[in-house]
Design a binder for this molecule. Structure first.
Ligand code: IMP
Length: 441
């Protein structure tokens, strides 16, 4: 049985930690969208490891990791990550499978992105400058270069030449030599060859012999290209629909969906954040929560928990349960505000508007819960939380419309509560840690 992990806010919800926590119950972890714009932070054996492109499951030696066709792959970022893992004593070996249909991020995609952002001026999106958007643009424009093209030298030469010439026309003083790009890609293809294959075939065969997978989403629902705060979004399907298109699976391959939400809200980059706070309130959340981008180091914008956004994410993803992370960051606050609706003109709306002009005219309706003075940090059982913290969690469930199964109370893997009899507890009980050793095909 397979579970999808998706961000229920604007990314950076703490998906890496939750994936890492659940991974021992699964034998495969698969990324289905995004690229090395993601930054999944995992604290393990006293080390902080940030994964950008590879699934977080790679830290578990018995787990196979898949990079699906919906992911955009920068070969140099891939090699750098493999080297980074090696420096921590973690070998990727034959545990990695990259879809031959995945599109490549080429060296000039980053420059095109910087140019596009500069042209947008004050309307810039605040992207991660990893070339993600231009790579997806090439994919949808049907001129992209895919991993399988690396093994067709003539076709690759033609594709790269056309793309580089088009790019040279776009950037007046670029003067990029297509042959240099081509040679680098051929070399990258050779290095990647052991890991390239048919992901759909691998997964369906694996499922047929009883293996189970975690589908690891990157970014979050409000950054999804279709369902997010467009155009201030990433360029991929960050919600659960991306699992099917990004791995080549039917919807029945997803047996459960776990949404990850922080106990408050953050966002990196531009675009609406209805519950945003500024000044001392924001500084406190940012400093206590260490809210600085794992990929870019940018300070994250901070705000209170937004139940309108999470309810929306619950609907878009069909969430079965929520994992609420960073509860401990709220420790010591005298009161904890949370947003139950948006006031637009004379009306209070409960649904997330599609039109950003309407959203901009909305003000959050804030409810205030009493804070807690005893720390939640490091708590491992629900009963160990102060009563006010439990009341806060139960209010989140009520206004978000999703049961909270998991609560994270610190960065360590063990600083986590899996509530008894919760949806996630039942999943984990059904998926015993698998002693899998069947051959990979
Ligand atoms: P891009 O994905 O680099 O094109 O950036 C588009 C938007 O998504 C920007 O606002 C980024 O800050 C945001 N974004 C991309 N990846 C992440 C992530 O992993 N966490 C949070 N925000 C992200």
């Amino acid at each position: 049985m397979n579970i999808a992990i998706v961000g229920a806010q604007w990314g950076d919800e703490g998906k890496g930690k939750i994936v890492d926590l659940l991974t021992p119950h699964f034998s495969i972890v698969a990324r289905y969208q995004g690229g090395h714009n993601a930054g999944h932070t995992v604290f393990t054996e006293g080390r902080r490891i940030v994964l950008h492109l590879l699934p977080s499951g790679i830290l578990h030696p018995e787990v196979d990791c898949v990079v699906g066709n919906g992911v955009v792959v920068d070969p140099q970022a891939l090699f750098a990550e493999i080297e980074m893992l090696r420096s921590h004593g973690i070998e990727v070996g034959n545990r990695l499978l990259i879809s031959e249909k995945a599109h490549l991020i080429l060296p000039y995609h980053r420059e095109l992105e910087l140019l596009a952002e500069a042209r947008r001026g004050e309307h810039r999106i605040g992207t991660t400058s990893r070339g993600i958007g231009p790579a997806y643009e090439d994919k949808v424009g049907r001129r992209g270069v895919r991993v399988c093209d690396l093994y067709d030298p003539d076709g690759l030469a033609e594709g790269v030449r056309e793309n580089v010439e088009a790019r040279n026309r776009l950037i007046a003083d670029a003067g990029l030599d297509w042959r240099a790009v081509y040679d680098a890609l051929l070399a990258a293809g050779e290095r990647m060859r052991p890991w390239v294959g048919d992901v759909t075939l691998f997964l369906t065969r694996a499922f047929s012999v009883g293996r189970s997978a975690l589908f690891e989403g990157a970014q979050g629902t409000l950054l999804d290209i279709d369902h997010g705060t467009y155009p201030f979004v990433t360029s991929s399907s960050a919600s659960v629909g991306g699992v099917c298109t990004g791995l080549g699976l039917g919807p029945r391959a997803v047996h459960g969906v776990l949404g990850i939400a922080k106990a408050y809200t953050t966002r990196v980059g531009e675009g609406p954040l209805p519950t945003e706070v500024h000044g001392a309130e924001a500084d406190r959340l940012r400093e206590t929560g260490q809210e600085f981008g794992a990929s870019t180091g940018r300070p994250r914008r901070c705000g209170w928990y937004d139940a309108v956004a999470v309810r929306y994410a619950a609907r878009v993803n069909g969430l079965d349960a929520l994992a609420v992370t960073k509860l401990d960051v709220l420790d010591g606050l005298p009161q904890v505000p949370l947003c139950t609706g948006y006031r637009c003109g004379g009306d209070v709306i409960a649904d997330f508007p599609a039109d950003l002009r309407q959203l901009a005219a909305c003000k959050p309706v804030l409810d205030t819960m009493p804070g807690w003075s005893a720390p939640t940090r490091g708590a491992r059982r629900y009963g160990d939380l102060p009563q006010e913290a439990r009341d806060y969690i139960e209010r989140l469930e009520e206004i978000s419309g999703v049961p909270v199964s998991i609560i994270s109370t610190g960065s360590d893997r063990d600083d986590t509560i899996v509530r008894e009899d919760s949806v996630a507890a039942r999943w984990l009980a059904r998926f015993p840690i698998p002693p899998y050793s069947a051959p990979r095909t």
